[in-house]
Design a binder for this molecule. Structure first.
Ligand code: IPE
Ligand code: IPE
Ligand code: MG
Length: 258
């Protein structure tokens, strides 16, 4: 049985980006250390990825570690990095079997050596996969990403003597770490927080946002389906009016890479 009708499937998001929040609170409410929450959060990833693949969402991007998370205690950071290593080791076989390509956004040089190595190896081993797309945001921060893009661009202008006046969004977006990804259609944040916390700030210009009250380890298949159901009922107007969108002459949506 299909969760979504054919008509609904056409409206599903192509790219869902998830701010996986609330692991610590989930653990605390059970009288356990924060790492227990992170461990259970990682376990949840497979089920969400499988659901996304099953319904036809093509891209999932997971905010796993922000630049600001570097300020957390060393013990927690190290626990998170070991969970990342375990996750990638465990999932490699099914990523290869299922044609999943892993990508990462964020400054990997800021991760401990063992974690950077396994991330880079997994990216390399899955780089020819083209059936499905999983991206991990690791040591990622939108502001840092934009600054890096501007610096690279400025350097290029300086060296080539080109005029900067031809820069538009389409060309600038190539300087972002998400240059190979479509913009997210839907951003889900768990744990009831209504903020983006430095995640995909420019790419989310026209993303729909869904906040779930559930902590990430509890955000199961049903909760994900509920978020998708909510999304397909929305009208994305991209600055236009409802009437324009429903007009028969409107045979295309404006390019999301505005
Ligand atoms: C999300 O859960 C995971 C990371 C940010 C790495 P948190 O660790 O932020 O959990 P809370 O928000 O403290 O409950
Ligand atoms: C956002 O969660 C980062 C990740 C989920 C990796 P945080 O828990 O770090 O965000 P704030 O600090 O509550 O905004
Ligand atoms: Mg948090």
């Amino acid at each position: 049985m299909n969760t979504f009708s054919e008509q609904e499937r056409e409206k599903l998001p192509n790219h869902v980006a998830i701010i996986m929040d609330g692991n610590g609170r989930w653990a605390r409410s059970r009288g356990k250390p924060r790492i227990f929450g992170h461990r259970n959060g990682v376990k949840n990833v497979r089920s969400i990825v499988n659901t996304a693949r099953e319904v036809g969402v093509q891209y999932i991007t997971l905010y796993a570690f922000s630049t600001e998370n570097q300020t957390r205690p060393d013990k927690e950071k190290s626990g998170l990095m070991h969970l990342l290593e375990e996750f990638l080791k465990l999932e490699l076989e099914s990523m290869l079997k299922d044609g999943i390509r892993l990508r990462a956004i964020g400054d990997l040089s800021g991760l401990p050596e063992f974690a950077r190595k396994i991330v880079e190896e997994t990216i390399e081993k899955t780089k020819h996969n083209s059936d499905w797309n999983l991206t991990l945001a690791l040591n990622y921060g939108s502001r840092q990403e934009v600054l890096n893009g501007i610096n690279t661009y400025a350097q290029k202008i300086f060296e080539s003597g080109e005029s900067p006046k031809h820069l538009n969004w389409s060309s600038f977006s190539n300087y972002l770490e998400t240059s190979e990804l479509p913009d997210p259609d839907l951003i889900i944040r768990t744990s009831g927080e209504f903020r983006l916390s430095n995640f995909l700030l420019l790419q989310a210009a026209y993303a729909e946002i869904f906040v779930s009250p559930l902590h990430w380890p509890d955000f199961n298949r049903d909760a994900f389906i509920e978020a998708l159901q909510n999304y397909i009922q929305r009208e994305r107007r991209f600055g236009q009016t409802s009437d324009q969108l429903s007009s028969i002459a409107q045979s295309f949506m404006p390019n999301q890479k505005l």
